[in-house]
Ligand binder design. Sequence first.
Ligand SMILES: [Zn+2]
Length: 323
Amino acid sequence: MWTTIGHEWAIAALERAIAARRVPHALLFTGPAHVGKTHLAREFAAALQCEGAAPPCGECEACRRVQKGTHPDVRLVEPEGDHIKIGQIRNLQYELSLSPVQGAWRVCLLTDFHTATPEAANAFLKTLEEPPAHAVIILTALDAGLLLPTILSRCQVFALRPVPARRIAQALMERWGAPEERAETLARLSAGAVGWAIYAWEHPEVLAERQERLRELEALLTASRGERLQAAERYSKHPALNEIIGLWQTWWRDVLLECAGCEDLITHADHHEALRRIARLWSLPAAEAALRSTENALDQLEHNANARLVLEVMFLSWQPLAA
Ligand SMILES: [Zn+2]
């Protein structure tokens, strides 16, 4: 049984390919981070190796070995550091040239192939052009546009979309026993990244940290200029700065939605009171400006601007609230 959450259309297409014995030699799963690309790719690899009646059964020796990463005919290649490198591709090419040990296929799964160096991507192109008859190559990438067109044209592409919140909430309740309220909060916060929702359920500190970050943001709104400048210095050294600004961005978006009277669309429903209070004191243009300030900050940080200066400008631009 497939355990992938969402992406039903992709599962149906993969099942049809296996049933018709028309398995493509190269597949590409694209989609945002944590949307389930690698999970689906691994389940497809298990389905190809499965010895049970309804692949992937999840119970046979082959399925279990694929899940554990010990199947001799299924190989996972992940970026080493920031990139997939040419040495990894050469090793893989050698392995792919050998006949399968157990099953009918030799499957290789290369995750985040958009990180491949130009040398690695070009070397791999040769394999994609003339794959061995027993080879199934599965690539994952954030976006098809990040790959060489010559690579793209040789793959069957499955563009995975964010998983609907209700689908994620339902899975958290049914499979992980999460209480309804928590499941819905996590599903909404995940923005369709099902892997993030599961991780956050298994690691309660993720939500606790989020609460703390949002409390800090609220405190900054009543802080003096001096306090805001100090906060800028403190945050400029934070290793997860982009992530924090990204969180604040979703919060400002909620304020904007609240100002516009679109309450039912907000993400941080558990902060509804605070959002409502700020929306009452702020105008729509002020909320819009704050949202834009986070976008600008993220953009500048991406271009290696000085983090402290970026934060100072952003914090000082936020309209102060009376304490
Ligand atoms: Zn099986």
